[in-house]
Design a protein around this ligand. Structure first.
Ligand code: SAM
Length: 283
């Protein structure tokens, strides 16, 4: 609903911003998102004292402060919903199938490094859940080098991930023993303990351009859950084929339970587990 006296987003404004979002972030804005976008961006227009969305678009695209505004813009339009131990079946496959197999493979090659990436990590719950599962698995003792890197385009969620303080809904699926073992109470909630944090790092970045964040053929497992639903098929193909470059031979890709690569690319072999599909990159 339009607010009386407030700038109105025209179809042309929406088309331009939609194209800008697709080009720069790969995100797909459905046509019915016009009202949503307008409501999310109105406060920015007010703060910048701009009177039309066309002016805002020009500012975003061409102004000297445009790069900073692009980060604020993306923070406003992304969906950052996440919580610890989300989609438990996949996490069970990770802990009970993927980690033991990875350990065996690494030992055969006399290699004690494990690299995991959470692409679209939001405020860090997924990254810390994976780290807790690595610790609980008992697969990797002190002489292993395990690193889990979270990447997200939204700088605000990366800040929260680095802070590592959580409360309320973040714990909606957390088994009690994990909260006791891996968090300590602090003023604003619960702080992730150092034993977990030591394995984790966070970087603000775009999935469409991971080259500065990870190296080719370096990553054992990529989690990219509940992110690709916001992209069109062509962009999903580009992203997952790009992931394939960073994965080691036989590396695994975990997607959200409603996300599938079946019509998208043949770069991965689906491996079916009860209730979950994991994708192994083809050699
Ligand atoms: C719904 S959250 C999913 C968080 C977590 N993976 C989970 O399953 O709970 C999606 C995240 O993807 C991020 N995202 C969207 N487009 C992105 C892009 N092009 N590059 C990096 N992150 C992106 C959003 O900022 C958001 O935090």
């Amino acid at each position: 609903m339009d607010i009386p006296g407030a700038p109105v987003m025209t179809l042309e404004d929406f088309r331009m911003i939609k194209e800008f979002v697709a080009e720069n972030f790969g995100l797909l804005l459905e046509n019915e998102k016009e009202g949503y976008l307008s409501a999310k961006l109105l406060p920015r227009l007010e703060e910048l004292r701009l009177s039309t969305f066309a002016e805002y678009y020009a500012y975003l695209k061409f102004a000297p402060g445009g790069a900073g505004e692009r980060l604020k813009f993306i923070s406003r339009i992304t969906n950052n919903e996440t919580y610890f131990f989300r989609e438990e079946i996949q996490l069970r496959v990770f802990a009970e199938e993927a980690l033991p197999a990875l350990k065996e493979k690494k030992l055969r090659n006399d290699d004690r490094t494990i690299r995991i990436v959470s692409a679209g990590c939001s405020s860090g719950e997924e990254v810390y859940s994976l780290a807790m599962l690595v610790l609980e698995s008992g697969c990797f003792a002190w002489n292993w080098d395990v690193k889990i890197t979270g990447v997200d385009i939204d700088p605000k969620v990366i800040e929260r991930a680095v802070a590592g303080v959580y409360s309320g809904r973040a714990f909606q699926s957390t088994p009690g023993q994990y909260q006791e073992r891996y968090f300590r109470k602090c003023d604003n909630g619960f702080h992730v303990k150092d034993s977990v944090r030591a394995m984790c790092s966070f970087v603000q970045g775009n999935l469409l351009d991971l080259d500065d964040i990870v190296s080719e053929s370096e990553v054992d497992i990529i989690f990219c859950r509940n992110v690709l639903i916001y992209f069109n098929d062509e962009t999903v193909r580009k992203i997952v084929e790009n992931f394939a470059r960073f994965l080691v031979d036989g590396g695994l890709l975990f997607l959200g339970h409603s996300e599938s690569l079946s019509r998208i690319t043949r770069r991965y072999i689906p491996i079916r587990f009860p209730g979950a599909v994991v994708y192994r990159v083809r050699g």
